[in-house]
Design a binder for this molecule. Structure first.
Ligand SMILES: NC(=O)c1ccc[n+]([C@@H]2O[C@H](COP(=O)([O-])OP(=O)(O)OC[C@H]3O[C@@H](n4cnc5c(N)ncnc54)[C@H](OP(=O)(O)O)[C@@H]3O)[C@@H](O)[C@H]2O)c1
Length: 233
């Protein structure tokens, strides 16, 4: 067993989740949204969401998918509870004005950088952290000090690159749907900088693999950090 997860005052517990095709794509050609999860996986994701204090996605996902980032309690068969805070990583302020995440139906934070001049509706909290990109360690520390103990990260490819490669997470679950997407423009699970050799690889520790509906679910920890979470999710 590895060392315990170093969560604490500097960041929340972070659970990264995504659904991919067998060839490691998150969506269809050009980033068009693909519903890759089966019903069992959808219910699992809703359980993760329901226990999170906040759910984070990048602005690319907001533009392509227009997610509500709300808990669909009906899929859980549970009475409605509070919705986690929605956190959008949007350095330049390009979240569409009519995006569901700005509809005021749940607490919402847009994390921007100094290059954004965008203003948002009064019910949206803006956190400026970073000069040109959103400084994720700084953002996570701000969320932690604002009471976010459990943060779920749902994508897309560029945000997954930042969070996974900088080891800003505690658990990573990836659901593989039994399909291939192929082509050259469907986004991969992780984009970001090129990997030139083994020294650049981000290494994970496999915790479990299970069949889930018609697909499979793999759970990972960062290398050397497979110890139990300091608190259950
Ligand atoms: N299958 C799944 O589970 C799943 C889940 C979510 C999304 N998706 C898919 O993922 C695709 C979108 O992915 P994407 O890579 O285009 O967008 P993304 O990861 O959602 O957002 C990336 C954008 O966030 C902003 N950003 C600011 N600071 C950043 C930082 N430190 N690290 C990373 N990003 C930062 C950048 O835009 P600015 O510079 O303008 O700020 C960047 O282009 C869509 O096709 C969607 O369907 C799939």
């Amino acid at each position: 067993m590895g060392s315990p997860v170093p969560s604490g005052p500097r960041r929340p517990l972070v659970w990264v989740n995504c659904a991919a095709s067998l060839d490691g794509r998150l969506a269809f050609a050009g980033g068009k949204r693909a519903a890759l999860s089966g019903p069992e996986d959808l219910a699992r994701v809703q359980r993760l969401r329901a226990r999170a204090d906040a759910i984070l996605v990048g602005v690319g996902t907001v533009v392509k998918d227009d997610p509500s980032l709300r808990v669909h309690w009906e899929l859980l068969g549970e009475p409605k509870g509070p919705n986690p805070t929605r956190v959008i990583v949007d350095a330049s302020g390009r979240t569409p004005t009519n995006a569901k995440v700005l509809d005021g139906s749940a607490p919402t934070i847009v994390a921007t950088s100094e290059r954004s001049t965008r203003t948002f509706p009064r019910h949206v909290r803006t956190i400026v952290c970073g000069t040109t990109r959103v400084d994720l360690p700084r953002l996570f520390a701000t969320l932690r000090s604002g009471g976010v103990g459990r943060l779920m990260v749902e994508g897309g490819a560029e945000v997954l690159s930042s969070v996974l490669r900088d080891r800003l997470f505690d658990r990573f679950t990836i659901y593989y749907a039994p399909v291939v997407v192929g082509g050259s423009t469907a986004p991969p699970v992780v984009s970001g900088p090129e990997t030139h050799g083994p020294e650049d690889l981000t290494i994970f520790e496999l915790l479990s693999v299970e069949r889930l509906g018609t697909g499979s679910l793999a759970t990972y920890a960062p290398e050397g950090r497979r110890g139990p979470l300091p608190e259950p999710w």
